[in-house]
Write a new protein. Sequence first.
Length: 194
Amino acid sequence: MSKQLNREEAWALLTEYNQDPFHLHHARTVEGVMRYFAQELGYGDEVDFWGIVGLLHDLDFERYPDQHCIQSQEIMRERDLDERLIHATASHGYGITVDIQPEHEMEKVLFATDELTGLIGAAALMRPSKSVQDMELKSLKKKYKDKKFAAGCSREVIERGAEMCGLTLEELWQQTLDAMRSCEDSINRQMEEI
């Protein structure tokens, strides 16, 4: 029987493999974004699961960057974790490191928002407020079009993700920005406790 993780167990697993505050902040951001989308898309009863998928999506990245989305499957299978969790977290590496395709709406959202949260986060740090709360879509659009800005955030992946989700790029940007606004304050408080 495969095991379901609660939030506390998921955090313990994440921090066993990740210590870098940048990675922990990103994990929490994607967790918050996934929880927001779950609620918005009518998966209210699965909010916690969507959040845990977001929290653990980069489980292996800090320690095994060359085996990203591959090593995480092994780590989770050794612990006999739910195959849905394993498939969902690994699928955001589709076409990059693995051939596990995002199938469920949750997996498509993760694929679409993962890189985008990085880009939006980088854009927020350039603002006087260092926050997404006062960021406007037009300033995000400008940063997005500047290929030198947050160059590590793949525009191609973001665009493929928007298409998978049946959204225009602007809809994806706006919804992800709203999602990040919804969890920014609580993430900042959590990060102060580390």
